[in-house]
Design a binder for this molecule. Structure first.
Ligand code: 2HA
Ligand code: ZN
Length: 272
């Protein structure tokens, strides 16, 4: 069996894991991960698996998606501050193998944080639906994006209305959020319920706003997943910045159609 520090080196030097570490750091620097807010995970495919041994097991009470069985998922630990993940990856992250009724800890959680993220259910259920929808899917990020949360306090929680308001703010909003942004009403976090409802929304979209809480977004890479949150938050920031001013111009349905036609995008049906 390899020494643990070999496994740590193999995992933490993988480009996909490096990207995850940079993303945790970036989220913190955006001010979207106060204290232990936010969490992120990635489906990890290792070309040559080190000799892992199961260090601990966490029972799972959700119906684990079939397409995740036997897969490796790397996820931030419960209570971890995203600002520390880059400096302390082995204490901050958990590498899990997904089994029908449990997650096996293969690496990580080496310090005081001893459980995977409280949003593990949302991550696993959402990986299942996103992977089924798009085989290139890999990453989920949950952040407390400030402007997106603020917008959820002043705009009706109707996903068509919310999405259209985002699209109208700036040229590129429709380009990257063409499939629309789902909205969930406020509910307690860290539950199977929020996980089930999030995954349900992500079956045909890549991002969900949790009212008065944050954003949950997916992508083929951490850059893509965080990029979606960045676009949502930028459009929300523009909306809020001018909401009290007499707005003389915003993108019309016609202009949104023009942009989507130019880019050959299939925008969410029935929105414009
Ligand atoms: O990780 O953000 O939603 C802490 C949270 C829970
Ligand atoms: Zn949160």
């Amino acid at each position: 069996m390899r020494a643990d520090n070999d496994v740590t080196r193999i995992i933490t030097t993988m480009p996909e894991v490096q990207e995850l570490l940079r993303t945790a750091d970036a989220i913190y620097h955006k001010g979207w991960a106060e204290r232990n807010g936010g969490n992120l995970s990635r489906l990890l495919i290792l070309p040559n698996e080190p000799d892992f041994y199961v260090q601990r097991e966490f029972p799972l009470t959700i119906d684990v998606p079939e397409n995740l069985l036997g897969q490796l998922v790397i996820i931030t630990g419960s209570g971890v501050y995203l600002k520390n993940v880059m400096r302390e990856p082995e204490a901050s992250l958990a590498l899990l193998r997904i089994r029908p009724d449990r997650a096996e800890l293969l690496w990580g959680l080496s310090g005081t944080f001893d459980r995977p993220s409280s949003e593990l259910a949302a991550h696993l259920l959402s990986h299942g639906v996103r992977l089924a929808a798009d085989p290139s899917h890999r990453v989920l990020v949950h952040t407390h994006a400030t402007n997106a949360v603020a917008m959820s306090a002043v705009v009706p929680l109707d996903e068509r209305e919310f999405t259209l308001k985002l699209w109208r703010q700036c040229t590129e909003a429709v380009m990257f959020l063409y499939d629309g942004v789902a909205v969930l009403p406020w509910m307690p976090c860290g539950t199977a319920e929020i996980g089930l409802r999030t995954a349900d929304k992500l079956a045909d979209r890549r991002a969900v706003i949790w009212a008065r809480h944050g954003v949950f977004a997916s992508g083929a890479s951490a850059d893509e997943a965080l990029g979606l949150v960045e676009i949502i938050d930028k459009a929300a920031e523009l909306y809020l910045k001018i909401a009290h001013l007499p707005v003389t111009f915003e993108l019309s349905d016609e202009q949104l159609r023009e942009m989507s036609a130019l880019l050959g995008l299939t925008v969410r049906e029935g929105y414009v």
